[in-house]
Design a protein around this ligand. Structure first.
Ligand SMILES: [Zn+2]
Length: 478
């Protein structure tokens, strides 16, 4: 924004407020500080000349670095909400954070979070805000708290406080989820049950075994309940809100081990956009990990029963009928699956014709468990996996997949694998010191003393030697 257009906007904005008695000032980040200061001084003088003695004055700060000393004006309290941001409000999260500050002449007291239709209060935490005090030369206090977005009510929420005998309300922008998490998960379950199939024999009769009132109308049935495929009699179970399609044979076949690792990531904007586009449809998040947001249209599928998991099972045998989903997500999963070829075929099978696949997979990421890590992929490898099954729209490096992440991950891991007394020396090396070919460093302590764990995690290549077994397991007749 140019200085001229910013000034014009400021003038127009102030102009529209003249009659209301409340003056909202937007302070723009302008290029030159001295011009900015002069402009603001002139503008404040104009406002003061229009103010009645007790008119409230509120500033909404776009740029918090502005250092005008407002104590020269006998002003009403100032406040600012850092959170929720507009993105937070629209994120449909289960909870949103509230964070902000109040600055005023005199004491600020009785700060609380209140609701229009109720006397209930939610607790807030408080902290000193010396930065705000320095900015305005007034008392300042910071507040923070959490608002539960899954509530049956949807009334306006305020941070209320008192200053010099008067009560003020800061309205919190909110958009409550109309359904609770459990209601959303149940709605999702009712939509997905008719689309299930047995992962072992592909029988669609499994849906009838699950469509009874217990599975369709309650998430947390009293305890672990078994159910079986009416055709092949494979035994599965249901507990704590998850329908679990992992049987003992699968756990052995796909080498699934217990893990304490929690894989939890946020969706990027492309995924969030697809979730909106297919609001009325169904999306499979294959290898979802633990998700902080519950979407009615996204089925969280994983080998681990996190609280957000809808269906537990392996990606090599997805328990859904063909042509079920409008989109399939696979984020940082393919490098961890036992058989990526089968997994990709399965993900495409359950996708409707013309459906959207959105996949992210590791290439130069070092070894990372969750709990196993089998195959990293080049772009050519991804093309080889998907190329015959989908028309590829894009195949490129993601922003959070930039090489600098490898460099940082690699160096942090490397230094953690050195004996403590070598770490400072390694950290002092310059990039230029490391640009020679690898064999120039053979014998250097930072090479010879690197732990076995880090050698495995970061190796440039691995080696295998072996002898053919009498009858290799994979060649045995079935
Ligand atoms: Zn079956």
């Amino acid at each position: 924004m140019t200085l001229r257009s910013a000034y014009k906007t400021l003038r127009q904005f102030a102009g529209t407020c003249w009659s209301s008695g409340i003056y909202d000032a937007l302070l723009f980040l302008l290029s030159r500080r001295d011009t900015r200061q002069r402009l603001f001084d002139r503008w404040i003088a104009r406002i003061k000349s229009k103010l009645e003695k007790n008119d409230p004055l509120r500033f909404v700060l776009v740029n918090k670095s502005f250092d005008y000393n407002l104590s020269t004006i006998d002003c009403h309290p100032l406040w600012h909400l850092d959170k929720p941001t507009a993105a937070d409000v629209n994120s449909r999260r289960n909870t949103i954070d509230i964070k902000g500050w109040i600055s005023a002449v005199g004491t600020i007291d009785n700060i609380r979070l209140a609701r229009q239709d109720s006397a209930e209060h939610t607790e807030l935490q408080f902290a000193a805000r010396p930065d705000v005090e320095a900015m305005f030369g007034l008392n300042a206090i910071g507040f923070s708290g959490t608002l539960d977005m899954n509530t049956s009510h949807s009334s306006t929420q305020f941070v209320v406080f008192s200053n010099r005998g008067q009560e003020y309300r800061i309205v919190i922008p909110t958009r409550f989820n109309t359904m609770s998490v459990d209601e959303k998960r149940l709605q999702k379950r009712r939509a997905l049950i008719p689309r299930l199939q047995c992962p072992n024999c592909q029988s669609t009769a499994i849906a009838s075994a699950l469509s009874g009132a217990i599975f369709a109308n309650a998430l947390n049935t009293c305890d672990d309940r078994r159910f079986a495929c009416p055709d092949c009699r494979s035994a599965f179970h249901h507990s704590s809100g998850h329908i679990n399609f992992l049987d003992e044979a699968m756990i052995r076949q796909f080498h699934i081990g217990a893990t304490d690792n929690i894989s939890a990531n946020e969706y990027d904007c492309v995924a969030n956009n697809l979730i909106n586009v297919f609001k009325e449809g169904l999306i499979l998040d294959c290898g979802a990990g633990k998700r902080g947001v519950v979407h009615e249209n996204v089925v969280n599928y994983d080998i681990v029963d996190y609280d957000s998991t809808d269906i537990v099972g392996v990606a090599e045998k997805i328990p859904f009928q063909s042509d079920t989903f409008d989109a399939v997500f696979s984020f940082s999963v393919l490098e961890h699956v036992f058989d990526p070829l089968s997994v990709v075929k399965e993900m495409i099978r359950v996708l409707k014709p013309g459906g959207q696949i959105y996949c992210q997979v590791a290439f130069l990421s070092p070894l990372h468990g969750y709990p196993r890590h089998y195959f990293n992929m080049t772009q050519q490898g991804i093309e080889r996996l998907f190329g015959e099954l989908v028309s590829i729209q894009k195949l490129e490096v993601l922003n959070f997949g930039q090489p600098v992440f490898c460099l940082s991950w690699f160096l942090n891991s490397y230094i953690s694998g050195l004996p403590a007394d070598l770490r400072a020396g390694f950290a002092d090396l310059k990039v230029a010191d490391l640009l020679k070919s690898g064999d120039a460093y053979f014998g250097a302590p930072f090479v010879t003393m690197l732990s076995k764990k880090q050698q495995t995690e970061l190796s440039c290549c691995n080696m295998l030697m072996g002898r053919k077994t009498a009858v290799p397991a994979s060649l045995k007749c079935k």
